[in-house]
Design a protein around this ligand. Structure first.
Ligand SMILES: [Zn+2]
Length: 222
């Protein structure tokens, strides 16, 4: 029997593991659509609607986990925008154990089946080293990497001379906290998919191309 359902993949990994880069490579090579829950939540929280205000309060002010019903509606909405025959890679959910069932049911309802869950592993030290170099320009919005785009903290934007700032989440303390939250919330998710035989583990301490090549060879093997 050939299952005609298109595939869904889930990407898991701590901050700085390069999930977005891998999702983009998937898209470029295989036409897989990237469902970025974090980006969709941030976009919705930036809208000047009642829903946007409520979401912004949760994410930016109270810094709490987004309720399941919001995750569900965001995911459903994003999947609806993609042609049902097109495979997707989901990044940003499930973040904790009780979101597993909801994510799987939304995938199923979209006419797709879960193919594999890909975990990109990086150490806390590597996570901090990568993310704490991320800055951006307050004026033109350009993303800037320390030592690549500018020389030291306090320098001006090389494009427009604007002030260069860093998100609190991207400071060393911020990354440490996000890494701790990842371990606490997402390890049970990883354990679940590992038990189900659906998990692929890939080391993220390499170039994006090497990581992608390993993911592809692992997917072919299973
Ligand atoms: Zn600038």
């Amino acid at each position: 029997m050939i299952d005609s359902r298109s595939h869904a993949y889930i990407l898991l990994g701590p901050p700085g593991s390069g999930k977005s880069t891998q999702a983009d490579l998937f898209g470029r090579e295989f036409g897989v659509a990237h469902i970025d829950i974090g980006a969709s939540l941030r976009a919705a929280a930036g809208e000047r609607t009642m829903f946007g205000d409520v979401l912004s309060e949760i994410i930016n002010t109270r810094r709490e986990l987004v309720p399941d019903n919001i995750i569900r509606s965001i995911l459903e909405n994003e999947l609806r925008k993609v042609d049902p025959s097109r495979p997707v890679v989901i990044d940003g959910a499930p973040r904790c154990e009780h979101q597993i069932h909801l994510v799987l049911s939304v995938i199923h309802d979209s006419g797709r089946e879960l193919r594999k869950v890909i975990l990109i592993e990086v150490s806390e030290g590597e996570s901090i080293a990568r993310i704490s170099k991320r800055f951006s320009c307050e004026s033109c919005g350009r993303k800037l990497i320390l030592w690549t785009d500018f020389r030291s903290v306090g320098d001006k934007c090389p494009s427009c001379g604007g002030a260069v700032t860093q998100r609190v989440d991207d400071t060393e303390a911020g990354v440490r906290e996000r890494y701790r939250v990842f371990l606490e919330e997402t390890l049970p998710v990883i354990a679940h998919f590992e038990t189900q035989g659906e998990l692929i583990r890939v080391s993220g301490d390499r170039s994006a191309e090497e990581i992608f090549a390993e993911i592809i060879s692992d997917l072919k093997r299973v």
